[in-house]
Design a protein around this ligand. Structure first.
Ligand code: CAA
Ligand code: NAP
Length: 248
């Protein structure tokens, strides 16, 4: 079988890098999507670092919150690698604020980067997956989409929306060899979590039964499973990886 292609949005970020590495190890041709405000040198430097560590990745620029930019990104990937077999919708941002202080801009930015992006990117690869009669869409949501979080009305709404998307699309494409799943990580030590104030983060960490934050590899392993042939019967699911912080 020829190599399958995986595209990981936000692939150069904390969790994204771990996902790219894991999918590469599993035999995928891996393309890491990046935005970085158009700082291509930063992404190339990341690519070089990964190469030095033994990982060969292509990189693809695009703003996943923008449909035209998403289209250009996917066109480039398909031109170079053919159909995308596995899409990991991992790009995301936070703009935390209590609801009464939240601006429309903070709402729109978070909804667009975390949820509209899922529509933008998935819409552009789903026909290729159906043609191939094999595909994997893996949406990186959050524990806070499941339980809500003080200061995250925008983020929790977007992340909860991702799983509604997962469950609907999963039903539409299940008979054609395409699975659609959500992973909902808890607090994982990346730049996104490092931005929380120390005192608040300590309080949050104290609510995690496992007694620590997660690490990106602990999310990436599950992405690799869902992307594998072994997970062909898993679709529409939401896998919680949160150290026991939220059980349901
Ligand atoms: N529950 C209840 N009350 C709380 C609270 C909480 N969790 N946190 C703060 N408060 C209270 C304060 O005690 C204070 O009360 P008083 O007015 O009575 O003194 C009041 O709320 C402060 O309100 P403000 O609107 O002034 O809040 P702020 O501007 O100081 O801070 C915030 C708001 C920036 C949202 C801050 O609470 C915060 O950073 N919270 C963490 C949010 C969070 O978990 N983000 C996760 C980011 S990482 C991520 O998202 C990845 C992932 O998926 C897990
Ligand atoms: P991160 O290191 O900040 O990575 C976020 C990535 O998203 C970055 O690579 C960023 O790309 C990309 N991105 C943001 N906006 C984008 C846009 N408009 N277009 C294209 N790419 C964009 O944070 P992370 O922790 O790895 O987060 C990865 C995903 O996991 C996010 O969806 C996040 O919500 C989710 N998550 C994280 C945690 C956690 O605790 N860390 C928990 C649950 C869920 P550039 O830097 O190139 O702009």
């Amino acid at each position: 079988m020829s190599k399958r292609t995986a595209l990981v949005t936000g692939g150069t970020g904390g969790i994204g890098t771990a996902i790219c590495r894991e999918l590469f190890t599993e035999g995928f041709t891996v393309v890491a999507g990046y935005n970085s405000g158009g700082n291509h040198d930063k992404a190339r430097a990341w690519q070089e670092d990964q190469r030095a560590a033994g990982y060969e990745f292509d990189i693809a620029y695009g703003d996943v919150s923008d449909s035209e930019s998403s289209r250009q990104c996917i066109d480039g990937v398909v031109e170079t690698h053919g159909n995308v077999h596995c899409l990991v919708n991992n790009a995301g941002i936070t703009r935390d604020s209590t609801f009464r202080k939240m601006t429309l801009e903070q709402w729109d930015q978070v909804l667009n980067a975390n949820l509209r992006s899922v529509f933008n990117m998935t819409r552009l690869v789903i026909d290729g997956m159906l043609e191939e009669r094999w595909g994997r869409v893996i949406n990186i949501s959050s524990v806070n989409g499941q339980k809500g979080q003080f200061g995250q009305a925008n983020y929790a709404a977007a992340k909860a929306g991702m799983h509604g998307f997962t469950k609907s699309l999963a039903q539409e494409v299940a008979s054609k060899g395409v699975t659609v799943n959500t992973i909902s990580p808890g607090y994982i030590m990346t730049a996104m979590v490092a931005a929380i104030g120390d005192e608040i983060l300590e309080k949050i960490a104290s609510t995690i039964p496992v007694g620590r934050l997660g690490n990106p590899d602990e999310v990436a392993h599950s992405v690799a499973f869902l992307a594998s042939d072994r997970a062909a019967f898993v679709t529409g699911s939401n896998l919680a990886i949160n150290g026991g912080q939220h059980m349901f």
